[in-house]
Ligand binder design. Structure first.
Ligand code: MN
Ligand code: MN
Length: 311
């Protein structure tokens, strides 16, 4: 076991790299779908680097151990440099056939091909979407595909079930028509202010009620957090969640049928002291803690060292 600072900079310091692992972590260094500040192509590296802080022990609330899950870091997906649509096709193809995928973005455009790949296997899934933005614009400043429109397409392509979709942390300026379209499709919107006023327990209860028992995907745009907690992102909006609020919500979601997740929009060039990257790595760690509680996983080496016991 290396000390934190000397752990290899894969996710969790993982040595395992194979796509056959029950849970795969992949980076998607894609940011040409951004509408404001680019830089999320460097997100996967920063999140992996920060994730090494989370290796040293069990989860202090659930006492599950994310590091003992059968995880592999399969590296970064290839993208088509400068070509949004070709990149989305490549991402879809590389996500295909993985049994459980955790993706480190990249801007939010990448969630669309990830959901295309997932829904081929599972049909329309439920969605828990943390974000400052609804991301249901019909286009991104005239471009059909971009980080403002993944869920517009996901709803239209029936990749997600809008009645099992909930968005948490919403607060950006938006056109009333975009809001009305989203709610009209059946999506539940929980503004950031509702998180502050109602508290994490009430929000978690709403999430559980909306997504129910079917397969559900978690998409966590780091700009759901307040810029005080996540400055390193492309489209910050004030009034967002504190890191602890996101954790308090996530910790109340055990037992849901999670089918995969992503954390997106980490742009390290605007970060301070790795705070955004660490927040993103911690979101993944909270998700893994839920997986570790959820069911029996096959035994496998996690940190590149032998697993001590079968779980
Ligand atoms: Mn987003
Ligand atoms: Mn956003």
């Amino acid at each position: 076991m290396h000390p934190t600072f000397a752990t290899p900079p894969s996710f969790f310091g993982l040595a395992r790299r194979d796509r056959e692992a029950p849970i795969c972590v992949a980076g998607v260094p894609f940011d040409i779908g951004t509408s404001n500040r680019p830089g999320a192509r460097f997100g996967p590296f920063a999140i992996r680097h920060a994730s090494r802080m989370l290796l040293d022990g069990e989860h202090p609330a659930s006492w599950s151990d994310p590091t003992r899950l059968p995880l592999a870091d399969i590296g970064d997906f290839r993208i088509a440099l400068g070509d949004v649509q070709a990149s989305l096709r490549l991402i879809d193809r590389q996500a295909d056939g993985l049994s459980h995928l955790i993706t480190l973005g990249g801007d939010h455009s990448v969630t669309l091909p990830l959901l295309r790949a997932l829904s081929r296997r599972l049909g329309p899934v439920g969605l828990i979407h943390f974000d400052a933005h609804v991301d249901t614009w019909p286009d991104s400043f005239g471009q059909t595909y971009g980080h403002g429109s993944p869920f517009f397409h996901a709803i239209n392509e029936k990749l997600i079930d809008p009645r099992r979709t909930i968005q948490v942390g919403i607060r950006s300026p938006m056109q009333r028509g975009v809001y009305d379209w989203t709610v009209g499709k059946g999506v539940t919107i929980v503004p950031a202010m509702a998180v502050h006023e109602e508290g994490p327990a009430a929000v978690a209860a709403r999430i559980r009620a909306v997504v129910g028992d079917g397969p559900v995907y978690l998409s966590f745009d780091i700009d759901a957090l307040d810029p005080a907690f996540a400055p390193g992102t492309g489209t910050p909006e004030v009034g967002g969640l504190a890191s602890w609020q996101a954790q308090a919500i996530l910790r109340r979601l055990s037992g849901l049928a999670f089918a995969g997740m992503d954390v997106v929009e980490v742009a390290p060039a605007y970060d301070v002291a790795e705070v955004t990257a660490l927040a993103a790595a911690t979101v993944v760690w909270e998700y893994l803690a839920l997986l570790a509680q959820a069911r029996q996983w096959p035994e496998g080496p996690a940190s590149g060292e032998p697993a001590a016991t079968a779980r």
